[in-house]
Design a protein around this ligand. Structure first.
Ligand code: HEC
Length: 83
């Protein structure tokens, strides 16, 4: 069984969970993804991040550790299949 988004990002989306391998889950609340961004996330950018692991600036999200590789296909860590 795959963990849900909330397993890493918290039920309220606040993130900040330290995962094995050193990755820290992102804060997914509106202020963090839109207000505080130079390139604010839009719906298509969010879909790209989740499905391909590329962030709003076109950068790859940090390479996954073993636990993260389990929940998503390579090279993308994020996949809709995780939910
Ligand atoms: C196994 C833990 C884990 C799961 C499950 C997970 N994420 Fe993440 N997510 C992370 C980590 C860690 C990062 C931060 C990556 C980085 O900083 O490079 C992240 C980053 C993100 C980002 C990019 C935020 C930014 O600031 O660029 C989005 C969007 C996101 N996650 C959405 C989701 C959604 C939606 C789901 C469910 C389909 C999900 N995540 C499931 C661990 C997870």
């Amino acid at each position: 069984m795959f963990p849900t988004c909330a397993a890493c990002h918290n039920a309220d989306g606040s993130g900040g969970k330290h995962l094995p391998g050193g990755a820290v889950s992102a804060d997914l609340r509106h202020a963090a993804l839109v207000t505080a961004q130079k390139t604010p996330y839009t719906l298509p950018l969010l879909e790209r991040a989740i499905s391909t692991g590329v962030d709003n600036q076109g950068q790859a999200l940090k390479p996954g550790d073993a636990a993260l590789e389990d929940v998503a296909s390579r090279p993308a860590r994020h996949s809709l299949r995780t939910c």
